[in-house]
Design a protein around this ligand. Structure first.
Ligand code: NAD
Length: 252
């Protein structure tokens, strides 16, 4: 526990010294809320393989499977509420320490923990609604779910007939331009970049910690296991997120 105290104090010190910090989060910050991550031994990819965007567009079968998985995962997400790690991040934003939260998560928990929506940059979209893949008409999930449970067919757009997909970014799908540009600007402007709960293997998202480091920011990685970018970080903390960040930010 001695070592944990030293890590927390060092982290708190770096946060205190920073004039402009950015928090970058992955699925790991939400596991303490009961949402499984992707790459832990019990994570989603240990049990299923991803459906690529091309496949989703090309095959009705893939679309049905994708919606089936979505409603399965939603059970965890709908019941989840922000945990100590989310609350610590929200406090740092409130204090003006952290200007932006760049997240790979689609679970809306940063917003629910009190981070203003305009301070959250969602690189992989948001899973709480759906969109037509062609004309981008927005659809709410409840009616889609009701129809899907009744007839088992994948939803199509009422306006143009194209497939409807959750408003998340699938493997093989283009990244959202506006969010990528904002994340880049924020990363270039920060002096401290906190990468929290990400295996840092999904690009281009994992390019942001690299960019931060290259542009002179201090790079801290907080993750319970090793990540691909530990070698370039100034400080790697292999601990649980909630207790570590909670102590460092003095949040319960
Ligand atoms: P990942 O699963 O690849 O990595 C998560 C990392 O967090 C792992 O290295 C794991 O060891 C660590 N971790 C898990 N719980 C932790 C804890 N309590 N304390 C410390 N470390 C912990 O996730 P990723 O890097 O975000 O990338 C995968 C993709 O997963 C992203 O694109 C994201 O969109 C998607 N995803 C999102 C959610 C969500 O919205 N909550 C859930 C699953 C996957």
């Amino acid at each position: 526990m001695e070592d944990a105290r030293a890590d927390i104090e060092r982290l708190a010190g770096l946060i205190a010294e920073s004039r402009r910090a950015v928090v970058f989060t992955g699925a790991g910050i939400s596991t303490e809320s009961g949402i499984p991550d992707f790459r832990s031994p019990t994570g989603i990819w240990s049990q299923t393989t991803p459906i690529y965007y091309e496949e989703f567009l090309a095959s009705e079968e893939a679309r049905i499977e994708s919606w089936r998985r979505k409603f399965l995962v939603d059970r965890d997400i709908v019941e989840a509420s922000p945990n100590r790690g989310h609350r610590a991040v929200a406090k740092l934003v409130r204090q003006g320490k952290v200007t932006s939260v760049i997240t790979q998560n689609i679970d809306n928990l940063h917003q629910e923990s009190g981070v203003p929506a305009e301070r959250v940059i969602e690189l992989h979209g948001n899973g709480s609604f759906a969109k037509c893949v062609s004309c981008e008409t927005r659809y709410e999930l409840a009616p889609i779910r009701e129809a899907f449970e009744k007839d088992g067919a994948a939803p199509v757009c009422g306006a143009c007939g194209a497939p409807v997909k959750t408003a998340t970014i699938s493997f093989g799908q283009a990244m959202p331009d506006r969010e990528m540009k904002r994340a880049r600007r924020e990363t270039l402007a920060c002096d401290l970049f906190l990468a929290i709960g990400s295996s840092l293997v999904v690009y281009p998202a994992a390019g942001f910690p690299v960019l931060a480091k290259d542009s002179g920011a201090t790079l801290v990685i907080l993750n319970r296991e090793a990540t691909d970018l530990d070698g370039i970080a100034d400080f790697v903390i292999n601990r649980e997120i909630g207790p570590t960040l909670g102590e460092a930010a003095n949040v319960n």
